[in-house]
Ligand binder design. Structure first.
Ligand code: HEM
Ligand SMILES: [Ca+2]
Length: 419
């Protein structure tokens, strides 16, 4: 089993080994002192076509190094399979080896899921998902970051149907999952869960955006209940401090290192101005900008996100500081509408590839441990890729329901906000 899946992994990695890629993440969290060096390049990234290019170049590495890693990984999997007999021994081996495979970790920790769960019931499932997403991505490349974010929210709050929960209402990509699910229903009615559809579609999205390919075990079931209260409380805020962020992730079993790797996802996609406006105009109630923002960067951000009283004054909603993942106005006036209907401006999360635009991202530089990982990932794209994938697999498998514990929804669109 392990060597077989390792072979698949290897073929997939090799298949993508020839592409030229650019690594974007890494300057996102660079220190303020380093920001000025790139200020001359920033204007190039402002318009939409440029944004798409940066999305497509999501994550990466020189193809040669990528190649080498994939070979080592596959080799390691094969060797491991030959030499180990039980999981305790495998555990030992994986802890002492430099090259720990994603497959291996998944095998030990998430056994209810399987490599080929729909082999008999819906053999074309993965192909249907891949094909649909490829088409959609061509017309709408922003679907890639949207799905990655959707997966994070869905896994973090443990159910796919928090339709009444404000933080999820603006989540883009739900429509696409509903569409892909309807395609699956045409071929294999009632077989493939919404949770697997999302996990597999997100895997494709990462790859389409230029990120690494990975394999994912499947067989998730959909939840029978919603967790709207959990949804409101448990999603981290863009104003969260490092200790708050680490605590949220730790309570779900993610180490600081894994947390940093996951937040590398903020190297693609957009954020609304609302989520960092206080850093520009009224940081911590001082009436002044965040001193961490250097002058040039601050001016750029201000020109993208002009002062808006509602965003900069203390929130009328006491919960907003600890919970929301969408603009405050969504909470209070446009409840239920997509954030795309907002007047609020947006900015690329990779804007300038410099300091973190969101306070929560910048916070990763606030402790030695997390800063070390930010720098390590910034200087070693392969390490980042590998750890990001491992964390995505872990996230995709967090608290999954399997077997009789869950259901297979026939219609994911019931989680759509406007239905
Ligand atoms: C401390 C934890 C996190 C906070 C506070 C946070 C917050 C946010 C916020 C406020 C936005 C902007 C949304 C908008 O304006 O529409 C955003 C976007 C995004 N987030 Fe996070 N996030 C966190 C962790 C994560 C993780 C773990 C992932 C994935 C593994 C992720 C993936 C994304 C992506 C890809 C986008 C861009 C979405 C798009 O362009 O449509 N985030 N996040
Ligand atoms: Ca969920």
């Amino acid at each position: 089993m392990i060597s077989a899946s390792g072979g698949v992994l290897m073929r997939r990695l090799l298949a993508s080994g020839g592409r030229q890629r650019t690594f974007i993440l890494t300057r996102v969290h660079a220190s303020p002192g380093e920001r000025t060096r790139e200020t001359n390049r920033k204007d190039e990234r402002r318009d939409e076509p440029q944004r798409r290019i940066s999305e497509m170049n999501f994550f990466i590495s020189a193809s040669l190094a990528f190649f080498v890693l994939s070979i080592y990984t596959a080799h390691y999997i094969v060797e491991l399979h030959k030499t180990t007999k039980d999981s305790a021994e495998r555990d030992f081996v994986s802890k002492t080896s430099l090259y720990v495979s994603i497959e291996e970790e998944e095998d030990v920790s998430y056994s209810p899921l399987q490599q080929d769960y729909y082999r008999d019931s819906c053999p074309s499932a993965e192909r249907i998902i891949r094909k649909a997403l490829k088409e959609i991505y061509k017309a709408r490349p922003s679907i890639a970051p949207s799905l990655i974010r959707l997966l994070f929210h869905d896994c973090f709050i443990e159910t796919s149907s928090e339709k009444e929960a404000p933080p999820n209402l603006s989540l883009k990509g739900l429509d696409v999952i509903a569409f892909i699910k309807s395609e699956l229903e045409n071929t294999c009615p009632g077989v493939v869960s919404c949770a697997d559809t999302l996990a597999l579609a997100t895997k494709e999205a990462v790859s389409l955006a230029g990120g690494p390919k990975y394999s994912l075990r499947i067989g998730r079931k959909d939840s029978l209940v919603t967790f709207k209260d959990i949804a409101q409380r448990e999603l981290p805020s863009p104003h969260a401090t490092l200790s708050e962020i680490l605590a949220r992730f730790a309570s779900r079993g993610f180490s600081p290192q894994e947390t940093v790797s996951l937040l590398g996802a903020h190297s693609i996609g957009i954020t609304h101005c609302t989520f960092f406006q206080d850093r520009l105009y009224n940081f911590s109630g001082t009436g002044k900008p965040d001193p961490e923002l250097n002058t040039g960067f601050l001016q750029e951000l201000k020109s993208k996100c002009p002062f808006s009283a509602s965003a900069s004054s203390p929130s009328p909603c006491p919960d907003t500081a600890s919970a929301p993942s969408l603009p405050a106005s969504d909470y209070h006036t446009n409840y239920g509408l997509s954030s795309e209907n907002q007047i609020d401006g947006t900015i690329d999360l990779s804007f300038n590839n410099e300091g973190g635009v969101m306070f929560s991202d910048q916070q990763l530089m606030a402790s030695e441990e997390t800063e070390t990982w930010v720098r390590a990932y910034a200087s070693d794209p392969l390490l980042f890729q590998r750890d990001f994938i491992k964390s995505m697999v872990k996230l995709s498998s967090y608290h999954v329901l399997t077997g009789p514990l869950g259901q297979v929804r026939t219609n994911c669109s019931k989680v759509l906000p406007l239905n």
